[in-house]
Ligand binder design. Sequence first.
Ligand SMILES: Nc1ncnc2c1ncn2[C@@H]1O[C@H](COP(=O)(O)OP(=O)(O)OP(=O)(O)O)[C@@H](O)[C@H]1O
Ligand SMILES: [Mg+2]
Length: 350
Amino acid sequence: MDAVSVRNLTMKFDEFTAVRDVSFDVARGEFVTLLGPSGCGKTTLLNLISGFLQPTSGTIEIEGKNVIGVPPEQRNTAMCFQSYALFPHLTVADNLQFGLKQKKLPHAERKARLSDVASKIGLGPQLAKLPNQLSGGQQQRVALGRALVMRPNVILFDEPLSNLDAKLRESVRLEIRAIQREYKLAAIYVTHDQGEALAMSDRILIMKDGRIQQSGRPDRIYKAPESSFVADFIGGANILDATVIGQVGEKNWRLDTKMGELTAQSDTPPVAKELKICWRAEKAQFGSGDLNTVTADIAHRSFQGNYTDLFFTVDGALQRVQLGEEAGELSASITFHIRPEDIIFLEAIK
Ligand SMILES: Nc1ncnc2c1ncn2[C@@H]1O[C@H](COP(=O)(O)OP(=O)(O)OP(=O)(O)O)[C@@H](O)[C@H]1O
Ligand SMILES: [Mg+2]
């Protein structure tokens, strides 16, 4: 049985549809991320699962039980927010216990759970402090602890790390994942940070305009995006229009593009004669090759430490090549090639 099972979920606010016919499952112990741009419906979807909103149509099951109409506190879910939402006048200990008191758990049970969670998330020494006496990272830990102490089946995160600086984000990220694994929680994690999604998730659901565009393991989504939206959103791929002009052998296709004639290798044929293709900046091979050699004028360069991004223009749009030390020797122009297997077919041009 899945921990969460969502079928054909739709949420309308008057005329506006924020979530459209969304279906997915989350297994026990699985970490699933909802990734998408601002306004695509991520928070709305979490609020539907936690019970703070009632859907217009569709079903939600938690641990096999239909929860439509069941109030949030009876759903066995816990939510962890970006804004922490801690009570400023309560100590860390009382913030952590708040939900347990509301549930009227006996004192001994509350104490046991509190000390277990406080030691897991390293907040033992902070228990007597007020939230404004804690750093941002510590406050985020209290918010996480407050969710964990409820021992939910499902934990829901709404951009929990966006108030933290980059370094802290990375360490709290690892901590969240370790705790989620240890408690074998089903987690649904909302972010618009693609790096966070790739690093943390067992599976990513990419959303746009209230719909799931593509779902899969992080490496599959990165290697095999199915649309230009996904290719661009994850990893900022170079995207080009292409016309298929011929097939060579079983798996190679000749393409006419604004970057010249290219050969792409694919196990599946292109979906149309006119379609979009993409290639990743880091797949550019320095110097010329047997196929797909491109020479371009460098428009900008951007040193990134262990690599350099070089930009050039094709038909008015910037394309990006990522090179290592070789980039240092280039000034006016760049010659590189792309292996046919590194060119990916996307959707048809309508
Ligand atoms: N209570 C509401 N009434 C009307 N429209 C709403 C309501 N809540 C959300 N919306 C609209 O639904 C859409 C999705 O909102 P939602 O908060 O789910 O987006 P999001 O993906 O979480 O975005 P962000 O990354 O900015 O948090 C937005 O266009 C928003 O304006
Ligand atoms: Mg949101």
